[in-house]
Write a protein that binds this ligand. Structure first.
Ligand code: IMP
Length: 451
């Protein structure tokens, strides 16, 4: 069978830990979208592994698949694989022949366009990994797929068509010196070699057929979403989104498995509060982050002290970029939207330990927009920015012996934390499957295991 793990918020919900927890009995872990913009941290035997492309299950001896919906930067892929090997692991990774390739010119253009947008205050705050430009080329039918790297003639033809266009875009439209990242011969030689290596190491698959065969043979497959619902290009807060589909529908199109197959069990991962990297509205934001929070002046946001405390306690700094994340109270209209969009069958709520020690915890149970009560996410960024949170206040919970809670189970959680969790689950009508109370997979309470 399958279980799909989806971020219910804005990424960084702690999906890596839940993938690790629920993926334990799985044989295969597949990613279905995104690329090296993702950042997941897996803790194994006290060792921390920070990955951005290799599926986190590969640290645990599972087969990791990068599905056709992913955009793959081969430099990052091989850097990560080489580092894992140096640390004594032997990760088995397969890459879909239909996945698209991220080239250095994609990264360059990501930065160039963000800089141009920032002149108008319109930057998205991307991770700078070239993700948007790579998906643009995929949709524009001028992309290079992973399988093309193994056919030198095809690779050369495609690069001959696309590279001069990209160079002209950089130089003529944006007025930036293009440089080596747009040099056809250098790119051709380097990427042809990646194709050789992918072939030599037996990494290439048709992801749909590969996964379906494994399921038919009785294997359990976990589908690992990157980013989160509100970063989905359709269901997110456009244009402050990534360029793929982190929601459960993406698990079907991004692997080649049918919707009914990937929809069997869909676990929505929720952080007990909210964090955001990059620009865009965030109605429940506390404090602010210079450069990301619209109109923010350092030290003058609401509840700066609460923000700093959550940011420090939760380690809210980007895995990929290291930049401070924006933080805020849990936003239920967002979680309702996520539950509907992906058809969550279970919830995993993380970072319950991070909120310990506050006298009171707030949750936005709804918004007020133009005098009306709104219970789900509005379609446009401007409407969302105009939403005022309607807060419900809960008693906080004291710091506790979380290791003991992990051993003893749900009833050992502080009573106010159980009240809070029960409320969230009831509001979105989705049962609670797990509660995260620390970084490792042992730091969790499991109420129901989907596999
Ligand atoms: P991109 O995916 O690099 O194009 O960035 C688009 C938006 O998605 C930006 O707001 C990023 O901060 C955000 N984003 C991309 N990947 C992640 C992630 O793994 N966690 C959180 N935010 C992300």
């Amino acid at each position: 069978m399958t279980v799909t793990i989806v971020g219910a918020q804005l990424g960084d919900e702690g999906k890596g830990g839940i993938v690790d927890l629920f993926g334990e009995p799985a044989d295969v872990v597949a990613r279905y979208q995104g690329g090296d913009n993702a950042g997941h941290t897996v803790v194994r035997d006290g060792q921390e592994y920070k990955l951005s492309l290799v599926p986190s299950g590969a640290v645990r001896g599972k087969v990791g698949v990068l599905g056709n919906g992913c955009v793959v930067n081969p430099r990052t892929l091989f850097d990560e694989l080489d580092t894992l090997r140096e640390r004594g692991l032997d990760p088995a990774v397969r890459v879909a022949r239909r996945a698209h390739v991220v080239f250095p010119y994609h990264r360059a253009l990501d930065g160039i366009e963000e800089a141009a947008k920032s002149d108008e205050g319109q930057e998205v705050g991307t991770t700078g990994r070239g993700i948007g430009p790579a998906y643009e080329d995929k949709a524009g039918r001028r992309g290079v797929r992973i399988a093309d790297l193994t056919e030198p003639g095809t690779l050369r033809n495609r690069l001959e068509y696309v590279v001069p266009q990209k160079r002209a875009l950089a130089e003529t439209v944006f007025g930036v010196d293009a440089g080596e990242r747009f040099d056809l011969e250098t790119l051709y030689e380097e990427y042809r070699e990646y194709g050789e290596r992918l072939k030599r190491e037996g990494m290439l698959v048709d992801s749909g057929a590969f996964l379906a065969d494994r399921i038919d043979a009785g294997d359990d497959v976990l589908l690992e979403g990157a980013q989160g619902t509100v970063l989905d290009i359709d269901h997110g807060n456009y244009p402050y989104v990534t360029s793929s589909h982190p929601t459960a529908g993406g698990a079907a199109t991004g692997t080649g498995l049918a919707p009914g197959v990937v929809g069997e069990e869909v676990v929505g991962v929720v952080k007990a509060y909210l964090s955001r990297v990059g620009g865009g509205p965030m109605p429940t934001e506390l404090g602010g982050v210079t450069g990301d929070t619209p109109g923010y002046t350092e030290g003058e946001g609401p509840d700066e002290g609460v923000a700093t405390r959550i940011r420090e306690a939760g380690g809210e700094y980007g895995t990929v970029t290291g930049r401070p994340r924006r933080v805020g109270w849990l936003d239920l209209p967002m979680v309702r939207h996520a539950a509907r969009t992906s058809g969550f069958t279970g919830l995993a709520v993380n970072h319950v330990d991070t909120l310990a020690g506050f006298d009171e915890i707030q949750v936005a149970e709804a918004y007020r927009l133009d005098g009306e009560r709104v219970e789900t996410l509005p379609a446009t960024a401007s409407e969302w920015a105009a939403c005022e949170p309607v807060y419900r206040t809960f008693d906080g919970w004291a710091d506790t012996d979380w290791a003991a809670v992990a051993r003893e189970g749900y009833d050992a959680l502080p009573a106010p934390a159980r009240t809070y969790l029960g409320y969230v689950s009831d509001e979105v009508s989705v049962p609670l499957y797990a509660v995260g109370i620390g970084p490792g997979r042992e730091d969790s309470v499991v109420l129901e295991h989907p596999l």
